[in-house]
Design a binder for this molecule. Structure first.
Ligand code: BGC
Ligand code: BGC
Length: 837
């Protein structure tokens, strides 16, 4: 019998021994990672806590693993180590390359349809499964495992129950409810045939400028740690369970190891320069309970520690996580994260395997990664011991799942029981979480509302389920969807309306706060718009100024003597003092998800004016006093009023004017380029470029006339009336921007145009120090504004140096033209996709 411990120690010893003999070319590729050596980014396992992986060794399974390893060809083994995304793989590929896993990324779906109906997912699961177990070519046919980002419910599936994002759960302080949420999520995943969720995120965000902060439960490591075991248990069942698929379970993945929430300035995928003790005590803490519950997989972070990418850090992935912490499952890397490891590319990175990655998440690069690993294994450059150890870990998890016995997905328990998606009892669990997660920051006696009166529900977020659900909902960034994509869900407005009407009152929806009949009270729903990776990063903690229009609504209502409740949708604590000052009550609802009715449960009391449900939520992270956290805390971690708190006076908080967005991905907005950038008009060879500052202006000796036009705000756009010729409208900066990470994700360059007179031809491009690239596109006449999008990947493929863009936007036209530019930014929500040529 081989126990986990013995296996990993034996293999580590083999790796250490093998290290001295690494072939020269490997040595050049990999920066020195001296064993037992020291230096930045090298951890010291002996100072880390030791745990015991509780999954009992299963002698029969070990026997089978040994037997499989004997029978599998090298090709079959390498296949197990590779995970492809649904975007870019077919069942035939899985059959031919014996791929160990597939995933569905935030923007993928069966048949290329992100919003494909649930039965399509199950059908795809069957097709991929059957391809994986096909033995007609003489292989062993290891069943594949399908992973998905079910990070707040089965959140890629239309109709599923969407729970509050983790930051809201953090406000509840209720591990037992978290376990129930995990259990419901697992059931809903099983309906559509997947077996693996990339959750829970156990990040401990330390800087809320990070756009993924809401994926973490709290800034407090203890609070995060108190939830992790519960979530893993809810998803996987008890660690002693050895046939998960026979029950209502899936495997979990704690992510992202390590310090994803600890990067300097909260930069997504950035570097964390903290010392090792801080790394261990803050970011490492939640891995204890995860391992204690036998979490089956761990996903490694895109980020780096002390300058060294986690995906290539053997001291942490192997020596700390696998050996010291005794993690007995398998380690998966993040989306092409191997390409960021020092010396690696998306197509080649043996370093990740050497560091301890068992499975490569190689969404669109699975084939080159497979071929590269295979060639290097054949040449002896990567050790067979390491390959066998990685395959054994993957097979061990697959055995524990019961994958070898489960049959095809549609034959398994819960499969195809579509009524379970968004089942009333599941929605009730989510609604309870919504109630418990809201945090009351101010109440001058207006709450609870009486149900019998006339309620006005205002604000741009009041009737928008996508908005209340945030990123990682149906689409990657949570954008491009509307209420019709959420059958069975309840918006905040509709929840309020139901409740108020049941109590004999009325509720009127009026986003701008105007009304015909004077209301008794108003709720103004405002806050952030959905975002996920990259898109949510900000340079400060101010709510973007373009999202503060509801302040004006609050002001108007107050001026008329109407009591105002501010309800904030947000992934993080932000500076919103004007709203805090103005409103009579202020409630943080975080990102509550599909069950908006939970809001009314707490805000609306009974006829006697008594609460039906109290406020129990407490801040999972401190609230800032200004847009800069260094300026101190307004409300500390753990703060939250209840209905029992005696009404207090309100000393007005200082207000700071926030006029510019701190979104560094917004390159041209409200008529101006990003700060320090220029808007230029260029022409043919030899023409001097004209910098546009004030308008109206003339460029290219009168050939181009630049005027203002309205876009979103008055004079928010720039109109270019071009007499003829070759003309470029461009943005230039002197400090180059690096959009390499965004390029690897599916981020696009977005530009909004209104076209009165279309040019003869047009192209969109970008350029950097060492290369420009452009793609031609059909710029059509249109009286409406249209947001065009070109994947950064296409610009890179055309030669744009995305690591150092100094001309991040070049719109070139030929012939007479008349068009206006409203906005240029990075994002994913294009209305017109420019085809990659
Ligand atoms: C994210 C992960 C996610 C994966 C698959 C990555 O970009 O960082 O959290 O699980 O994509 O969608
Ligand atoms: C995928 C996400 C992934 C991201 C990586 C997107 O295209 O849909 O799942 O996390 O790229 O940055």
């Amino acid at each position: 019998m081989i126990s986990f411990r013995a296996t990993s120690i034996a293999v580590t010893a083999a790796l250490l021994a093998g290290c001295a003999a690494v072939p020269v070319d490997m040595e050049q590729r990999q920066p020195p990672l001296a064993d037992g050596g020291d230096g930045p980014g090298i951890a010291h396992p002996e100072i880390w806590p030791a745990y015991d992986y509780p999954v009992p060794a299963n002698p029969q399974a070990e026997q089978r693993i040994a037997d499989l390893l004997n029978r599998m060809t090298l090709e079959e083994k390498i296949g197990q180590l590779v995970q492809a995304d649904l975007c870019c793989v077919t069942p035939e590929d899985v059959r031919r390359y014996n791929l160990g896993s597939i995933l569905v990324g935030g923007n993928s779906g069966p048949g290329g349809d992100d919003l494909a109906p649930a039965p399509e997912w199950l059908k795809a699961a069957d097709e991929f499964y059957l391809a994986s177990v096909d033995r007609s070519d003489g292989g062993v046919g290891v069943p594949l495992v399908w992973g998905t980002d079910a990070v707040h419910g089965h959140s890629n599936i239309v109709g599923a129950t969407i729970f509050p994002h983790n930051i809201g759960l953090g406000a509840m302080r209720d591990p037992s409810l978290v376990e129930k949420i995990g259990a419901v999520t697992a059931k809903e995943i099983r309906v559509t045939g997947q077996e693996w969720t990339f959750a829970p995120t156990v990040a401990v965000p330390q800087d809320f400028r990070w756009g993924r902060a809401y994926e973490g439960y709290s800034s407090d490591p203890e609070l995060v740690a108190s939830y992790v075991g519960a979530m893993v248990r809810g998803l996987q069942g008890p660690p002693t369970n050895d046939n998960l698929l026979a029950g209502p379970y899936v495997i979990a993945s704690t992510k992202h190891f390590l310090a994803d929430g600890g990067t300097d300035r909260g930069v997504d995928q950035g570097d964390s320069s903290i010392d090792e003790e801080t790394l261990r005590d803050i970011h490492g803490l939640p891995y204890g309970p995860a391992i204690g519950e036998g979490v089956a997989t761990v996903m490694v972070s895109f980020s780096s520690w002390q300058g060294r990418k986690m995906t290539g850090n053997r001291s942490l992935v192997t020596d700390v996580l696998k050996d010291r912490m005794d993690f007995g499952g398998f380690v998966v890397s993040d989306w092409n994260a191997h390409g960021q490891v020092e010396g690696c590319t998306n197509e080649s990175c043996p370093e990740a395997l050497t560091a301890g990655i068992d499975m490569y998440m190689a969404p669109d690069t699975w084939k080159p990664i497979y071929e590269d690993l295979l060639a290097r294994a054949r040449s002896g450059e990567v050790s067979m011991e390491r390959i066998d150890e990685a395959v054994a870990r993957i097979l061990r998890v697959k055995m524990r799942l019961g994958l070898f016995e489960a049959g095809k997905p549609s034959d398994r328990p819960l499969s195809g029981e579509y009524d379970l998606l968004g089942a009333p009892e599941h929605r009730e669990v989510a609604r309870q979480a919504v109630r418990q997660s809201m945090v009351l920051l101010k109440n001058q006696g207006v709450l609870p509302l009486r149900p019998g009166g006339r309620l006005l529900v205002a604000g741009d977020g009041a009737d928008d389920i996508a908005r209340q659900s945030g990123g990682w909902t149906l689409s990657w960034q949570g954008t491009g969807i509307d209420n019709s994509d959420f059958p069975g869900a309840t918006s905040i407005f509709s929840g309020l309306k139901q409740t108020v009407e049941a109590g004999g009152g009325t509720a009127q929806l009026s986003p701008d706060g105007s009304f015909s009949e004077r209301p008794d009270a108003a709720i103004v729903v405002f806050g952030e718009k959905p975002y996920a990776e990259f898109q949510g990063d900000r340079a400060t903690l101010a709510l973007d100024p373009e999202l503060t229009a509801p302040y004006e609504t609050m002001r108007k209502l107050k001026a008329q003597g109407i009591p105002v409740v501010a309800l904030m949708l947000t992934g993080r604590p932000l500076y919103v003092n004007p709203a805090l000052n103005m409103a009579d009550a202020f409630v943080v609802a975080w990102l509550p998800g599909s069950e908006g009715g939970g809001v009314a449960d707490v805000l609306v009391g009974n006829a006697a004016g008594q609460p039906r449900h109290g406020f129990t939520g407490k801040l999972p992270a401190a609230w800032p006093q200004t847009p800069a956290m260094e300026d101190g805390v307004l409300f500390p971690f753990g703060y939250g009023l209840t209905y029992g708190t005696a009404a207090q006076g309100w000393t007005p908080l200082p207000e700071i004017a926030v006029t510019e967005t701190s979104d560094t991905r917004s390159w041209f907005t409200a008529g101006s380029p990003a700060s320090g950038w220029s808007l230029l008009v260029g022409g043919e060879e030899g023409d001097v470029q004209t910098r546009v500052t004030t308008v109206p202006a003339e460029a290219l000796r009168g050939r181009v006339r630049v005027t203002a036009t309205d876009y979103l705000v008055q004079e928010g756009g720039r109109r270019f009336t071009i007499a003829d010729g070759d003309t470029s409208v461009l943005l230039r900066n002197f400090e180059p921007v690096n959009v390499d990470r965004e390029t690897n994700g599916d981020v696009k360059l977005l530009f909004t145009l209104r076209v009165w007179d279309a040019p003869d031809s047009a192209s969109i491009g970008a350029g950097g120090e060492s290369g420009r690239g452009a793609v031609s596109f059909d710029m059509q006449q249109s009286s409406e504004w249209r947001r065009y999008g070109i994947p950064l990947k296409c610009l890179r493929a055309q030669g744009a140096d995305v690591t150092e863009l100094t001309l991040p936007f070049i719109l070139r036209t030929q012939g007479t033209a008349d068009y206006a530019l409203g906005e240029v930014r990075l994002g994913t929500d294009a209305e017109v996709d420019v085809p990659c040529s």
